[in-house]
Design a protein. Structure first.
Length: 151
């Protein structure tokens, strides 16, 4: 499918919980509790440093983008991180992901952000297809390091 479709990107609302849960399950997070997600979504929607956007095609929610903006000493300014980006499989390759990233870029410009970054898994189809470079992102020579209190 290479036909572009008309996509509307809008701010999410708490009433979008079921659609957001479904998108995160599609992204590989089937273990997420809807109740726990509701609490986090509510907090994100009230936080000025966070963005939660949905992509609609007609009446169906087909994409999700979340961002965080924070000050960085090393940049002497603001940095935006794309936290989650997911598009329903049946509309991938038709401009939905691009529309969501365009919203993130527009918000970054509006806020005076100096850099937008994201982390993805090299095994994900979106990485293999080169989606991010096609949308202006350059792979950084860095490593993601994690620590979890459960370990």
């Amino acid at each position: 499918m290479s036909d572009q479709i008309s996509t509307r990107v809008r701010h999410a609302a708490l009433s979008d919980l079921a659609a957001i849960h479904g998108l995160l399950v599609d992204l590989g997070y089937a273990h997420l509790s809807r109740d726990a997600l509701a609490d986090v979504l509510d907090a994100l929607l009230r936080d000025d440093t966070r963005g939660v956007w949905l992509a609609d095609v007609e009446t169906e929610v087909v994409g999700l983008l979340t961002t965080t903006v924070r000050s960085q000493l090393r940049l002497a300014g603001l940095e935006m991180t794309v936290e989650e980006l997911v598009v329903r499989e049946h509309v991938r390759g038709r401009g939905v992901g691009r529309a969501l990233l365009d919203r993130a870029k527009a918000e970054a410009r509006r806020l005076g952000v100096l850099r937008v970054q994201l982390t993805t898994n090299r095994t994900r189809d979106v990485y293999v297809r080169g989606f991010y470079p096609k949308n202006g992102f350059v792979e950084a020579p860095s490593a993601v390091m994690r620590w979890s209190p459960e370990t």
